[in-house]
Design a protein around this ligand. Structure first.
Ligand SMILES: CSC[C@H]1O[C@@H](n2cnc3c(O)ncnc32)[C@H](O)[C@@H]1O
Ligand SMILES: [Zn+2]
Length: 444
């Protein structure tokens, strides 16, 4: 007996072996997919009717700072270095684990409602993020963000916090949480610290999540300090292998791309964030051409300013078409692969496809909507026309987190209220009163 049977939907398996099914069924038991096909020959405890909908793998967001939902719209339209150093870092000092817990819960709510089932994260107070993920039922690859700025004492304490995080949370929440090491970036971490982190990650057999060449300023700083760029420096110290997830990777030379391809580094592409911060345009078509696994991500909410992966998919497609002045350079199917199959591959999880044996991490997208009518091509609609709000049902690990638009795993109003309260810690003017979240006379 299956736990759940999804019927009557268009099954976008993303599995090249089976292809997509115009009208199929998916059965899930003990958190795993046990059947994908035309008609399941067995019973199920619960039936989900996906008539008029697409059933597809949950989206995988491979670079986030989930707690930064608290800083959504906090300091926009500033040069990136000024934004980070003069606004974001000082305000992060004021946020403790309780605020981050509230911020990550808000992030999870937003991600679930827009079809993301797994995310990779790097942030402060990450144990609070782990608690939020455990509570809401999502899947995540979490890392405690570490920066040493060349200070040996800071390096030692950061690495200790990172090690403790890995020890406490790798495999937590019944395996839904995997831990990674999160050294922030090659220009904010010393070479010695990066070597120490890499050694520890190999010892603990966990992956590493790092920002690489997001800005031209980083490229220039690295050239000045080391006489080479971040990719060459990291390659020369033996940092790279297929356990590394590198976010952004914008300022790459041809040689850098070859290094990423040869070493099997996974690249996380953040088109919305990169456009908003005017950081530049990552050479995604060239990376894909060289065989680099490029997945998609939102980045933190302060540079996006939402966590909707449907928006990211559309932006990725449009950005690379106009950048190359060639609209064939990336198509809708490739973008869907990046948001599902490639994301799961980057994080080393059996997800990203609707395939027997894989996790029951699925979403149902309602296609009976004006902006999705008429329907000629499912891939096209999902990338160019759909929005996160078209997602009606979300399953992670075979558990239903949202059904027919109702979030079952948390109280939406409470999450928004707690996050708005936590945002008060920034000591900034904000609009909790305008939102009416604290006002019992406002219909919630
Ligand atoms: C040490 S935890 C992670 C750290 O990263 C900061 N951050 C957020 N967005 C960006 C970005 O686009 N580039 C570099 N660093 C970023 C975040 O504020 C945390 O301090
Ligand atoms: Zn980032």
């Amino acid at each position: 007996m299956a736990d759940i049977l999804i019927k009557n939907g268009y099954i976008l398996t993303m599995d090249p072996d089976t292809g997509d099914l115009k009208k199929g069924e998916v059965a899930i038991e003990n958190g795993r997919i046990i059947y994908v096909g035309l008609s399941y020959n067995g019973k199920a405890d619960k039936i989900i009717d996906a008539s008029g909908s697409v059933v597809m793998p949950g989206l995988v967001n491979t670079h986030n700072h989930a707690g930064m939902t608290l800083l959504r719209g906090y300091a926009d339209d500033l040069p990136l270095a000024e934004w980070l150093e003069d606004y974001i870092w000082p305000v992060e000092e004021k946020l403790g684990p309780e605020e981050i817990y509230a911020g990550v819960r808000l992030a999870c709510l937003e991600m679930i409602k827009s079809g993301t089932t797994t995310f990779a994260d790097m942030y402060i107070h990450e144990q609070a993020a782990a608690r939020a993920v455990e509570d809401c039922g999502m899947r995540a690859a979490l890392s405690y963000g570490m920066i040493d700025f060349g200070d040996p004492q800071r390096a030692e304490s950061s690495l200790l916090k990172g090690r403790n995080f890995v020890k406490d949370f790798n495999g937590a929440a019944n395996g839904r949480i995997s831990a990674m090491y999160g050294p922030h970036a090659p220009h904010t971490c010393s070479q010695q610290f990066l070597q120490d982190v890499r050694k520890q990650a190999r010892k603990d057999d966990v992956k590493v999540h790092i920002h690489v060449l997001e800005t031209e300023a980083e490229l220039n700083q690295m050239k000045e300090k080391y006489g080479k760029c971040s990719v060459n420096m990291l390659h020369d110290i033996g940092f790279f292998d297929s356990d590394v997830l590198a976010a952004h990777c914008i300022w790459l030379s041809e040689g850098d791309m070859n290094i990423l391809a040869e070493t099997g580094v996974h690249v996380s592409h953040d088109p919305v964030s990169n456009m908003k911060t005017a950081a530049g345009i990552a050479p995604v078509p060239q990376l894909l051409e060289k065989g680099v696994n490029v997945s998609l991500s939102t980045d933190g909410c302060a540079s996006n300013n939402n966590l909707d992966m449907f928006g990211v998919m559309k932006t990725a497609a449009l950005l690379h078409k106009v950048n190359s002045m060639d609209l064939t350079v990336i198509d809708a199917r490739k973008v869907l692969e990046m948001a599902t199959v490639y994301g799961a591959k980057a994080l080393g999880i059996e997800a990203g496809m609707i395939k027997e044996g894989y996790y029951g991490d699925l979403i149902v997208v309602d296609m009976k909507r004006p902006h999705l009518t008429p329907l000629y091509d499912v891939d096209s609609h999902l990338v160019y026309s759909a929005r996160g709000s078209d997602v009606t049902t979300v399953l992670v690990d075979g558990k239903v987190l949202m059904e027919n638009g109702k979030v079952l795993c948390m109280d939406e109003y409470e999450i928004m209220m707690e996050a708005s309260k936590a945002a008060k810690k920034t000591d900034s003017q904000h609009l909790i009163d305008v939102l009416g979240l604290n006002d019992p006379s406002v219909d919630q």
